[in-house]
Design a protein around this ligand. Sequence first.
Ligand code: ADP
Ligand code: MG
Length: 702
Amino acid sequence: MRPSLLDPLFVPITSLAGVGPKVGALIEKVVAVDLGDRAARAGDLLFVLPHTVIDRRNRPGIAGSAEGAIVTLDVRIDRHQPPPRGNRSVPYRVYAHDDTGEIALTFFHAHASYLEKAMPEGEHVVISGRMEWFNGRPTMVHPDYIALASEAESLPLVEPVYPLTAGLSGKVLRRAIGQALARLPVLAEWQDGAFMRRQSFPAFGDALARIHNPADPIDVSVDGAAWRRLAYDELLAGQVSLALVRAKVRRLSGRPLIGDGRIVERLRKALPYSLTAAQEFALAEINADLADPERMLRLLQGDVGSGKTVVALLAMARAVEAGGQAALMAPTEILARQHLATIAPLAAKAGLRIAILTGREKGRERTDALAGLASGEIDIVVGTHALFQETVIFHDLVFAVIDEQHRFGVHQRLAITAKGDAPDMLVMTATPIPRTLVLTAFGDMDVSKLTEKPTGRQPIRTVTLPLERLDELLGRMVEAVAGGQKIYWICPLVEESEEIKLMSAEDRFASLKPLFGDRIGLVHGRMKGAEKDEAMRAFKQGETRILIATTVIEVGVDVPDATVMVIEHAERFGLAQLHQLRGRVGRGDIKSSCVLLYKDPLGETAKRRLSVMRETEDGFMIAEEDLKLRGEGELLGTRQSGTPGFQVARIEAHADLLEAARDDARLILSRDPELQSDRGAALRLLLYLFGRDEAVRLLRAG
Ligand code: ADP
Ligand code: MG
């Protein structure tokens, strides 16, 4: 049960003064945490953070105010000059002065009664806004703030600037946030006192108050004490909740999976190549985890084309030897089918019984797969999200492999776990994740890395080409196709609409069709499953030589003899994605190339991305550049994980805090695994505040 102390923060935002349904809906758009299906609560407003400030502390006097500067002036009001009756195009002017000079305050479409009340003649008033010198005369058009001198404290000298959306004003948002702050109860301190002093951390409530009512720009800076304190809290909440999940996972375990090698041997014999040293090493680590009674929670990290699938297959075979079942989950249907295609021939030779289960299997096929899984007749199932469905019951799932983990959320990772009696878990990713991010996303998960690619891979030549020079490219493509090569052509990513995405691929297909006739194919996300398969099959077997595709093929598709990758509007893709796409070629013996077609003019970031792509093929370097260019949040989808975003803003800036938070979380849980102590209770509050309710639920479930 949620501690009642926090109740005031759990009311819907629409119960705050000045927030009706309309404003409430606008505010929900700027709330940083992922709301899922729920409505925004007062507590969520605490974490709507200013990204910068307007500094109004500059008080140079009228004569000393520079053109364009934001200034605050103490003035006496001399006289009002309303526009002539009926002529609204002339502005309303108010004249005022200070010791240094005179100023005209200008208002268009003004309400006279409001202005008279705000600035009575003869009164002493504080105004703040942008100074303009008009024909050598100081003026201010629509000051941002006007306050009687007696009420001047209401004027924010350092004004926080929030993310806004059309129709939502900063003032309305700030008023709502102010109410949320007032609802924050005084909480017992959960941070270690000595650590707090060393870091000069303010208390939680003080830190929030300071960020929302900054007295100095440093107060909203990620380097400031307030921000660092909250970043630490968020990291700690994340680490504590991951540690709880992990402890729970470990507690449940206790089944060593030791194979006798008979299936694995047959598989190895069936492989047309031998494993790289890196693959052998990773496999040994995984096997050791399987054999260990503690539950495995391991990340297998390897650049595109490094050969993760076969490692997973050999590990799954071992789990089957030990008498259990294994599941391989892929984020898309195409990928699941491709895994099946890779695995099936090998499995057949080794006597492994496999099945596929995606959204597409219906009727007989599906019933058979479900029955086989329930009876234990099927050893390995390859599938998509469809595996989470309630109707899917395993006889004895002991090992789950999750491919391209960043496409799945924490909940889904847990969901597959629930299908077995504490199955071991291996997650695979091609996105090289810096250590700081691994920690953030997984806590201290064990990591295996495939640091080398299979031998015989050739470097890929990467060129950039403006779209205007498309004709040159087409000429080359005609030659390449005549020479028997295979070409991928990826159509632009259009975020806004599936429709447009589809159209761009179809248009490109139509425009190239006259040139290539039957040798060109098309695949996109809207096609029926069977049509997609057919397009992929035709390309794989060489019936078509050019495959126009939307990004459905992005992750993991394997056509080893494809040699050219054309990416249209490459400037619209992120680095990680470009790298993934390029990784689709360069798998065989023929020299491959990647053509990044772009549209001029290029922005700075896009320019940098394209040049990084030209300079390197090293996935780790690319991931680091990506981090610099993009910010960490997106890389792992942390924004979607229900996290407010203190640390998302700049994890790199907080790397030291992250390490400390991880150690701290470990220590706390080793001393107080149920969070029963006073400090533990305070930490539970923290988990609630940061939306980590699922971790608290785990505690209760025991
Ligand atoms: P990824 O790590 O990107 O998922 P895949 O598992 O799809 O990579 O493997 C990429 C390609 O490399 C596949 O065609 C696979 O058959 C091949 N491959 C995997 N391991 C080796 C190896 N040791 N030697 C040669 N080719 C390999
Ligand atoms: Mg793969």
